[in-house]
Design a binder for this molecule. Structure first.
Ligand SMILES: C[S@@+](CC[C@H](N)C(=O)[O-])C[C@H]1O[C@@H](n2cnc3c(N)ncnc32)[C@H](O)[C@@H]1O
Length: 190
């Protein structure tokens, strides 16, 4: 995702990472090193993950549920300002834990000319173009690939049982020990 999104970013750009977990997306950009000094803010409903994202250098971190209709207000209350972002990124959230249509709530945090990058299970592939279109984004890049989740990685919640219980009824769930998941990657622009 970092490789695909980098051409749309510039030095020092602010990026909002939806479902940031422990901040692996920011780490991937850092390792790639194509665009420097990116500033990552993140939203996640796991406070434990946010602590790790902070340690990885994320700036503002908001503990909020991405499937809430008033997501933007919740984020703005926390930030103390009605901030909109020119770049949103999300990996392993929509299609894994959340219905892609829930992106609607996150799009309220995107500014008029924003770029949105979403990666998730292959099942999202037919849906993302329609969701993007409804909210004024044109798909400028899409790709299929394989995402690797290592059994001992810190990219998912540490207590999956409690986590999954809290998510029951909200859609398909990712087994955090799964390795080699077919993924789809999209970049939309408006
Ligand atoms: C598979 S992990 C991906 C984390 C990170 N994006 C990465 O690529 O390593 C999914 C993340 O989404 C978060 N998440 C799942 N459902 C959520 C929701 N409804 N609201 C906020 N965060 C959520 C989880 O807490 C977890 O950190």
């Amino acid at each position: 995702m970092a490789r695909m999104l980098s051409p749309y970013l510039h030095e020092g750009q602010e990026v909002l990472d939806l479902g940031c977990g422990s901040g692996l997306v920011g780490k991937a950009f850092e390792e790639l090193g194509q665009v420097n000094n990116l500033i990552f803010d993140g939203v996640d409903f796991s406070a434990n993950m946010l602590v790790k994202a902070k340690q990885r250098g994320y700036r503002n971190l908001v503990c909020a549920n991405l499937s809430q209709e008033d997501l933007a207000s919740a984020v703005w209350d926390d930030l103390g300002t009605e901030k909109k972002y020119s770049t949103l990124v999300s990996v392993g959230v929509y299609g894994d834990f959340l219905n892609p249509v829930d992106l609607e709530y996150a799009f309220n945090l995107a500014d008029k000319h924003s770029v949105v990058a979403v990666a998730g299970r292959e099942a999202i592939h037919p849906f993302i173009p329609s969701v993007f279109k409804i909210f004024g984004f044109e798909v400028v890049h899409s790709e299929k690939g394989v995402a690797h989740y290592e059994p001992d990685s810190s990219n998912c919640v540490k207590n999956p049982e409690a986590f999954f219980t809290s998510l029951l009824g909200s859609g398909s769930l990712l087994n955090p020990e799964q390795v080699g998941v077919n993924y789809s990657y999209f970049i939309g622009k408006r």
